[in-house]
Structure formats: structure tokens, C-alpha cells
Ligand binder design. Structure first.
Ligand SMILES: Nc1ncnc2c1ncn2[C@@H]1O[C@H](COP(=O)(O)OP(=O)(O)OP(=O)(O)O)[C@@H](O)[C@H]1O
Ligand SMILES: [Mg+2]
Length: 389
């Protein structure tokens, strides 16, 4: 029986459905990497699994008696609790009494003695020393000082504390959202080692290829509201993906050839065409729409602009433009692109492929190192930098 089942989950914020019948099953011990574009809904899906967000429809089922823990994407901004208290809070009731006991034991004055006695009785009633032992052990294993407060720890150390909290409950499944974000290399190595010791199942979101490669036993893609599962290692997944993209390219090329024929046909004028053939005109319209909707991929992007567009007001035109940084790192190469007023272009690409560089070229902030980029006159540019909130 699967440990976790997601059945036809749907959710939308406003009009656009974020999840649209997403279905997934995870078996004990599996390590599933959830991939998807930014804003596609990965974090939201994890929150649905943990119960933090309630979906509009569908069912989340966790096998009875199993424990789920979460390592969240963002770190607490100013948490004054000690590392001990944070980790102990994995056990809601007992953790609070244990934390209280620790606090009182540090004061150790007359007045606190009574309170300490009371706390001790409750801890015994809850079998709390066993949990105290677990908390102390994991803090020791992770090299964390139990009395340091979270807000005095670096990001990497805070994440260690949060991982200790997630794992001290000995979960059957652990959810992790971008666990290596902002961690330096030794901290990532440490995290991988700690997770390798963990025997439960994992569902994690990451953009860190090395981390995915080492962790994932399966890859699941979130794409336009649906989950697609690849029962493969990350490397195998990349191969399958590459092949799928090649197939798509081939299909696109065939499609473009047909579209071109139809565009020639419509330009022949009604007389030459003899019949009005509205069916064919409608299907041409549909083809144009389909072509417009096509996603432009990163890497070797092909921008195609229809002839008619030339009459519009020019925003930017690039001819065989390229850009290399002084260290020789080439980011843009052989780019031909025309942008006219009213165009809305989504630029898609992985981190570090040069999206920001391309935008800065089009803004005139950077000069191409080869070819030419011509900008229109009287342009007003509103630019939302990625670091602005
Ligand atoms: N509570 C909410 N109300 C309205 N919209 C929301 C809410 N939570 C998330 N969204 C929107 O849903 C979309 C998906 O967000 P989510 O954080 O799940 O994406 P993601 O795939 O984790 O992205 P990233 O890769 O950037 O972390 C975004 O457009 C986000 O703005
Ligand atoms: Mg996210």
C-alpha cells in the first residue's frame, strides 16, 4: 500500500487553475523530486500534502499511523527560541513542558524550584525523558549547541536546527522545499550526509542538480496543473526529456511548414483562391494561435516574427547579436529578434543561462560584443528587477 496518495487534487487562486487533477502515489522509502517552473505551484503542492493548504478538490491520504515532517523553504526571520526548544517543539505537548523545565533549571532559584517539581511530574507522566533524550541526542549528532537561540545562528545552522526538528519525530515521510537554497558547499555536503542516514520517504523540491542527482529515486514534474511521473533517476529523466524535446522540435518544424503554406495561400487574395473556404481560414487562425502559444525554450531560442509585424512600432531589433563577458563567458550568440509595440514575451531559461543579461542588452544597459541591437526611439521602459519584492 502506498504511504501517501494524492488523488485528483485541484486548486486555483483566482481564475487560473494551479493544480488541475494532480495525482501521485509515494511508497515507503521513495525519494521523489518534484520539478516545475517558478510559480508553477510546487510549494503549494507540498503545503497541501502537509495540510497547511486545503485544496478545492481531491483527496490527500497518508497511511494511518504514519508521521510526516516538513523542512520549510523559508527560514524564521527572528526566532528567539533556543535550539533545544525548537527541536523539542516537534513533540507539541511534551516539548513545551521540556522547554519550560530547561528554562527553570537555568534559573535554579528558590521560586523556580516548585515550578520545576511540577514540570518534572508532568514530564514523567508523559514519558517525556525519553523524548528529551532524543532531542539531546540529535542536537549532539548535528553539533548544535542546545542553548544558542535561533536568531544568533547563520542560515546554514538554522537549517540544521530545523532539520533536527523534522527528523527527531522519526517521520515516515519528510517534505523538503529547496533545502539547499542559500547553503554553502560544506553545508550542502552535511545536509546530504544527514539525509542519507534517513530511511523514510522524501518528497522534495529543488533546483540543485547535484543534490537531485544524489537524492532522487524518481522525478515528478508539475506542468500546468498536472503531475507527470518519471520512474527514473535524474540522469535518465534528463535523457527522456531531451528526447521528448527533440520530438517536439520535429513536430513544430512540420507544423511551421504547413503554417507557411497556409499563409501563402491566404495572401493569394480571394480571386486567386476562387472559393472563400471559410473553414480553411478558420483553421489558419487556429494555427496562428497555436503558434503564438508555443513556449519558447532556452538554450537555442528561435524567435520568429511574422512579416506583417514589420509595420508596427519598433521597440528593439537584434541582428546576429552576441554578448560575452570580459572573462570570455558567452551568454548570447547569433540572436535575431524583433520586438514591436504590444509584444508580450516570456523569457524562459534555467538559472544562470543569461536571462538578465539578455534583458539588459535589450534595455541598452549593456552593449553587444558582436552584431547589432537597435532600440526604438521614445521608449518608456518599466523594468522590474528580480531582486525587488
Ligand atoms: N495564498 C495564495 N494566494 C494567492 N496566490 C497564491 C497563494 N499562494 C501561492 N500563490 C500563487 O500560486 C503560484 C504558485 O506558487 P508556489 O509558491 O506554489 O510556486 P512554486 O512552484 O513553489 O514557485 P518557486 O519555484 O518560485 O518556489 C504563484 O503564482 C503564487 O503567486
Ligand atoms: Mg516554491
Amino acid at each position: 500500500m502506498p504511504l501517501l496518495t494524492l488523488e485528483k487534487i485541484s486548486l486555483s487562486f483566482g481564475m487560473h487553475p494551479l493544480l488541475d487533477g494532480a495525482t501521485l502515489m509515494i511508497d515507503p522509502g521513495e525519494r521523489v523530486c518534484l520539478l516545475g517552473r517558478n510559480g508553477e505551484g510546487k510549494s503549494t503542492l507540498l503545503k497541501i500534502v502537509s495540510g497547511e493548504v486545503v485544496p478545492d478538490g481531491g483527496v490527500v491520504r497518508l497511511e494511518e499511523g504514519s508521521v510526516l515532517s516538513v523542512l520549510p523553504q523559508s527560514l524564521p526571520s527572528d526566532d528567539p527560541r533556543t535550539a533545544y526548544d525548537v527541536v523539542a517543539s516537534a513533540f507539541p505537548e511534551t516539548g513545551a513542558v521540556l522547554a519550560e523545565f530547561h528554562r527553570l533549571s537555568q534559573m535554579a532559584d528558590e521560586a523556580s524550584m516548585d515550578a520545576m517539581m511540577k514540570a518534572q511530574e508532568r514530564i514523567e507522566a508523559l514519558d517525556g525523558w525519553r523524548l528529551d533524550q532524543k532531542v539531546t541526542t540529535i542536537l549532539g549528532q548535528y553539533g548544535i549547541d542546545p542553548d544558542r537561540t535561533l536568531n544568533t545562528l547563520s542560515g546554514g545552522w538554522q537549517r540544521r536546527v530545523l532539520l533536527a526538528k523534522a527528523l527527531v519525530a522519526e517521520p515516515d515521510i519528510l517534505l523538503l522545499d529547496e533545502p539547499t537554497n542559500h547553503l554553502d558547499v560544506p553545508a550542502i555536503a552535511w545536509l546530504e550526509e544527514a539525509l542519507a542516514q534517513f530511511r523514510g520517504a522524501m518528497l522534495f523540491v529543488s533546483h540543485d542538480r547535484a543534490f537531485i542527482r544524489r537524492m532522487a529515486t524518481r522525478v515528478v514534474e508539475l506542468d500546468r496543473g498536472q503531475l507527470i511521473s518519471f520512474a527514473a533517476s535524474y540522469d535518465r529523466y534528463l535523457e527522456l526529456k531531451e528526447k521528448a524535446l527533440e520530438d517536439e522540435d520535429r513536430q513544430n518544424a512540420l507544423f511551421d511548414k504547413r503554417l507557411k503554406q497556409e499563409e501563402t495561400w491566404i495572401r493569394q487574395g480571394i480571386k486567386a483562391r476562387r472559393t472563400r473556404n471559410m473553414g480553411r481560414v478558420r483553421s489558419l487562425k487556429a494555427m496562428r494561435e497555436e503558434h503564438r502559444q508555443r513556449r519558447v525554450r532556452g538554450g537555442t531560442a528561435n524567435f520568429s516574427v511574422e512579416e506583417a509585424a514589420k509595420s508596427g512600432k519598433l521597440v528593439a531589433e537584434a541582428q546576429a547579436a552576441g554578448f560575452a563577458y570580459p572573462d570570455g563567458h558567452r551568454v548570447v550568440q547569433g540572436m535575431d529578434l524583433t520586438i514591436i509595440r504590444g509584444d508580450k514575451i516570456g523569457l524562459v531559461g534555467e538559472n544562470g543561462t543569461g536571462k538578465t543579461t539578455l534583458v539588459r542588452l535589450l534595455l541598452g544597459e549593456l552593449q553587444p560584443t558582436e552584431g547589432e541591437i537597435r532600440l526604438g526611439t521614445n521608449l518608456k521602459v518599466a523594468y522590474f528587477d528580480q531582486l525587488q519584492g
